[in-house]
Design a protein around this ligand. Sequence first.
Ligand SMILES: *[C@@H]1O[C@H](CO)[C@@H](O)[C@H](O)[C@H]1NC(C)=O
Ligand SMILES: *[C@@H]1O[C@H](CO)[C@@H](O)[C@H](O)[C@H]1NC(C)=O
Ligand SMILES: *[C@@H]1O[C@H](CO)[C@@H](O)[C@H](O)[C@H]1NC(C)=O
Ligand SMILES: *[C@@H]1O[C@H](CO)[C@@H](O)[C@H](O)[C@H]1NC(C)=O
Ligand SMILES: *[C@@H]1O[C@H](CO)[C@@H](O)[C@H](O)[C@H]1NC(C)=O
Ligand SMILES: *[C@@H]1O[C@H](CO)[C@@H](O)[C@H](O)[C@H]1NC(C)=O
Ligand SMILES: *[C@@H]1O[C@H](CO)[C@@H](O)[C@H](O)[C@H]1NC(C)=O
Ligand SMILES: *[C@@H]1O[C@H](CO)[C@@H](O)[C@H](O)[C@H]1NC(C)=O
Ligand SMILES: *[C@@H]1O[C@H](CO)[C@@H](O)[C@H](O)[C@H]1NC(C)=O
Length: 762
Amino acid sequence: MALLLTSVTLALVAGSHAQADFPDCVNGPLASNAVCDTSLGHVERARALVDELTVAEMINNTVNAAAGVARLGLPPYEWWSEALHGVADSPGVFFADPGEEFSSATSFPMPINMGAAFDDELMRAVGNITSTEARAFNNGGRSGLDYWTPVINPFKDPRWGRGAETPGEDPLHTARYVRPLVEGLQGGNDPAALKVAADCKHWAAYDLEDWGGVERYAFDAVVTSQDMAEYYSPPFRSCVRDARAASVMCSYNAVNGVPACASPFLLQTVLRDAWGLAEDRWVTADCDAVGNVYDPHAYTEDFVNGSAVSLKAGADLDCGTTYAEYLPEAFDRGLIVEEDLKGALTRLYASLVWLGYFDPAENQPYRQISWADVNSPEAQALAYQAAVEGMVLLKNDGTLPLTNATASLALIGPMANATATQMQGNYNGVAPFIISPMQGFQDAGYNVTYVLGTNVTGHDADDLDAALAAAEAADMVIYVGGIDATVEKEALDRLNITWPENQLALISALEEVGKPLIVVQMGGGQLDDTDLKESSSVNAILWAGYPGQSGGTAIADTVIGTVAPAGRLPITQYPASYVDEVDMTDMTLRPDESTGSPGRTYKWYTGTPVYPYGYGLHYTNFSVAWSGTPDDACYDIQDVVGAASGYLDLAPLDTFTVTVTNEGAVASDYVVLLFVSTQAGPAPAPIKELVGYARVANVQPGASVDVDLEVTLGAISRADENGDASLYPGEYELTLDYDGALSLTFELCGDSELVAEWPRES
Ligand SMILES: *[C@@H]1O[C@H](CO)[C@@H](O)[C@H](O)[C@H]1NC(C)=O
Ligand SMILES: *[C@@H]1O[C@H](CO)[C@@H](O)[C@H](O)[C@H]1NC(C)=O
Ligand SMILES: *[C@@H]1O[C@H](CO)[C@@H](O)[C@H](O)[C@H]1NC(C)=O
Ligand SMILES: *[C@@H]1O[C@H](CO)[C@@H](O)[C@H](O)[C@H]1NC(C)=O
Ligand SMILES: *[C@@H]1O[C@H](CO)[C@@H](O)[C@H](O)[C@H]1NC(C)=O
Ligand SMILES: *[C@@H]1O[C@H](CO)[C@@H](O)[C@H](O)[C@H]1NC(C)=O
Ligand SMILES: *[C@@H]1O[C@H](CO)[C@@H](O)[C@H](O)[C@H]1NC(C)=O
Ligand SMILES: *[C@@H]1O[C@H](CO)[C@@H](O)[C@H](O)[C@H]1NC(C)=O
Ligand SMILES: *[C@@H]1O[C@H](CO)[C@@H](O)[C@H](O)[C@H]1NC(C)=O
């Protein structure tokens, strides 16, 4: 979104309750229109409404701040509400003043934390609570029914300013994560009742904000069909085709010369023809992206043509004002016809029909939800659970967990008393409370001395003497720092991935004190931890990201061992030199001698990561063993494909079972990660690829648990230059965990077979 637009829009409508009205299908002028006839289908009902509208009225409703049609009793509607990790401030959402009803909503950790949990069912629960609270806000006249979430662009480059909004760098992980999340948001796949409309964003190949003067609004992402098929698109296919999200957002950037919001290939050929985005589901352009088709992309000769081209390509809604301003002239010039508008508005209104917008409140499953259902005890417990599950222990020499309840703690650093923004990241709402790390330790009964020490960035510590004195006096030093939304943010990418120098200097000084020193690393994008990793004076490193409203409790409970860390890095932690080796504008994944690119993500990166993808320590030792071996030493490709039903890429090859045993003394969750490596298929081959994962909860000391990992045909297929994914005969090696704790080989026999065709540009 364009932040500027957000603040302007918010300023214009602040204090009003723009979402209070539903159309009156009983006594209003609409009552005689078939849009009110519940016996008809979504599209038929919507079309009946659209057929009543004049061209000017239609154009008036192609923008996020839709004017409605007063003469028909169709109220204004704000399409733009946000809920990235809980109901969030946005043009469509109005939080009340403190103390009033609707003054807050449950604030979950940022997606990057929830990605680290590797827990699909957690995401279903988070989606469900978020949509319950969203419906409560809507019923209270304080929000819309359309939530522009989730963000599912794979987090390819550690510099990306919006990486924390995603669950990580792996497309299979993101594809799996998004499905239960969207189903939770939308209330399942109920054709009769949509809970809220989710939005798969940003389609496509969007992962650059502003780097080296290249801005997202003007960036042309040059992407091969192979990289589109295997890296950039799988989360979107899952979101659109499998989770059946009600909407999609096209992105600011161009892809291979065509702005995403003006691309019939991306919006029609892929979304609708290949993935089945139905006629009661719609596409919105990111905010001002329709305007950007002309300025700065210069894809068309003016805004008029840019609007026409976008509408015809399939951008049904303009977040902005370009459609409202320029479609009238596009119509006059004959660049669009009435049917172009009718098509877009039918899709938009059909979605509102699906949401029950035109139906009376009684008989509807979601219209009774109220403020009493917001911030429920289950919701608060889930926010805490999500924060705990996302904690990743990167280093520990045995200092953690801290078992001495009477130890005194020096809490030092710019996030020791983190602000709401530092705990929540971005796209957040007003949390019912925010527990800072300092508060978390105090609540746990510890004697805490707090010193800021230094700011996130800037000059060296003003508070150095106070920090050192606190460290000298305490039994243990807990440094809480890293980066926050002043360093990683929308509309700006990072130039480096180092710890801010002022913070490293303070940590070095604290190391000299000689007390046990724990570093809690905040922020979503990784920092190069090499110095801390190698220092024998840093006893432990815990990555805590943006852990949300209960983050401080989760950090304290993890440090003191009330709970055990089991999250895994959902992104590679690269050495600082990585940023000099590949440009952000380079969309390729594979290492490339001609550009010097060392390759991107754990799949292709040929260098040595500081901490690898999937890394994470425990407070106990787990042993793993295969439970049985595959039925077939060789899977016959033709047999496997012949036995499959439904989408081939989702069909199972086999289920591999791993026995996980807790060999230590501490109960703990355990995340099982399964990778595959093969030379079969197009060269070069990736180092390895994630093919399955599961989070096992609360494995007791001495206990063993069997974990089933289903491997799909899609997961072991490889895409060729055209983007067509096939099964290839050859040898495959499965490895468990980031370090290959277990391995197993199997073969695919027979002839190669297509699993998923990548659509062709016509
Ligand atoms: C378009 O909406 C504006 C309010 O935003 C209203 O003043 C105007 O009359 C509307 N035009 C039509 C044709 O409905
Ligand atoms: C969604 O949350 C509500 C309220 O907590 C709960 O009653 C319901 O069972 C949940 N549904 C699902 C599918 O988890
Ligand atoms: C609109 O712009 C497109 C893309 O530049 C161009 O192909 C087309 O000819 C233009 N149409 C008109 C009517 O100007
Ligand atoms: C716990 O810490 C306190 C305060 O430093 C110390 O007096 C006590 O001996 C420690 N207890 C243990 C068991 O180490
Ligand atoms: C912690 O921060 C809050 C605001 O976020 C502030 O009110 C409070 O005074 C701070 N506490 C300390 C000990 O500095
Ligand atoms: C943090 O920044 C503020 C504002 O620039 C400054 O006044 C303060 O001295 C800084 N504090 C430390 C500990 O560096
Ligand atoms: C808390 O710890 C400090 C040292 O950090 C110590 O000076 C103080 O006496 C302790 N307070 C209590 C109540 O134990
Ligand atoms: C790293 O980038 C940040 C801004 O993101 C800047 O403040 C800092 O000075 C840079 N550090 C180095 C060593 O260049
Ligand atoms: C794990 O096992 C190793 C080797 O037996 C042992 O040294 C270590 O202390 C154990 N760690 C934990 C956390 O139990």
